[in-house]
Write a protein that binds this ligand. Structure first.
Ligand code: PRT
Ligand code: ZN
Length: 292
């Protein structure tokens, strides 16, 4: 019997494709591309990747063709808002961040969702928009488009749009302004709600804990310094997103201690200056490769 393999669906090409492969690589899986370019195999684990259009990923996972998938939360939420089930978000992956937002022409006097009453709103996310309008108690008509939503107001096809925004450059180039956020999104790992083969469950558990480690170590830093024992409380206060630091005595120095901490947030020059001002010296900031 050939050993079972865990199948993960990722985007074939597009905004999430490269980062999805990077994440799997950072989790220690060595990938070989298939001849067709549509699949990868891990050499060192029973894991295969399938490369698909992002819109197909939820269905493939829900139907059990793939066990896990990496997709934008927006895609998952749109399916759920349309009544699609059998899927859930396992974890947020920290890349592909964007928001689904209502945007209006720059001169429009927008005073919240109420201002949308009676208007036509263009979107590729009709289910999420419909739910947002219902929750806001607003009656408006939805113009469903397949893409290029940002041109709809200029073409007089709609009065406003509901679309994904990351930098906002596309909106600005089209004379539009982002107003209310409908959904915060980023790439997420999804799996089916049905149970997976027990043999593969172990493979999935290991992958999940490795993914958690990679995501948690993104941006995290290991900070070391010497400090007067009297300044310890102040220094702990300054360290961004750190738990209780490790404090060690220094040989032959009663007044000084070594302080080590894992900081979950970015450590800026301002933070280092504040630490120095509080009495710290020999400050080192190191990247963290793995965390578990
Ligand atoms: O071919 P396939 O169907 O697989 O890909 P696709 O074209 O449907 O998706 P793709 O690759 O464009 O996006 C995949 C996922 O990336 C989305 O589902 C989101 O979860 C996420 N993402 C992150 C974004 C953006 N940022 C984003 N900016 N998806 C789309 N955009 C659009 C935005 O709507 C705007 O039109 O990109 C344009 C540029 O955005 P600004 O704000 O930076 O100008
Ligand atoms: Zn798509």
């Amino acid at each position: 019997m050939t050993p079972k393999r865990l199948h993960i669906a990722i985007q074939k090409s597009g905004r999430l494709a490269e980062r999805s492969l990077d994440l799997i690589g950072s989790a220690g899986y060595r990938l070989t591309k298939s001849a067709s370019d549509l699949a990868y195999s891990a050499e060192n684990a029973p894991i295969d990747l399938w490369c698909l259009r992002d819109d197909d990923i939820p269905t493939f996972v829900a139907d059990g063709v793939a066990d896990l998938g990496i997709v934008g939360r927006n895609v998952l939420a749109e399916r759920a808002a349309g009544g699609g089930n059998g899927l859930h978000e396992v974890m947020a992956l920290g890349f592909g961040r964007c928001r689904l937002a209502i945007a209006t022409p720059a001169g429009f006097d927008y005073r919240g969702p109420q201002s949308l009453r009676g208007l036509r709103i263009a979107t590729t996310y009709p289910n999420l928009l419909k739910r947002f309008l219902a929750e806001s108690g607003v009656d408006a008509s939805i113009v469903i488009m397949r893409g290029a939503v940002e041109v709809a107001p200029r073409l007089k096809l709609a009065d406003a749009i509901c679309d994904l925004v990351s930098t906002g450059a596309t909106l600005e180039a089209n004379g539009l302004v982002a107003q209310t956020t409908v959904l915060q999104s980023e790439a997420v790992l999804v799996r089916a709600t049905r149970s997976v083969d027990p043999e593969l469950e172990r493979v999935a558990d290991s992958l999940l804990s490795r993914f958690r480690g990679v995501v948690a170590s993104q941006g995290a830093k290991y900070v070391m310094m010497n400090a007067p024992s009297s300044a310890l409380a102040r220094i702990t206060e300054i360290l961004p997103g750190a738990g209780a630091p490790t404090v060690m005595t220094l040989a032959g120095r009663e007044d000084l201690v070594a302080v080590h901490a894992v900081c979950q947030e970015s450590v800026f020059w301002e933070t280092l200056e504040a630490l120095k001002e509080a009495g710290a010296s020999a400050i080192l900031v190191l990247p963290i490769e793995k965390m578990m």
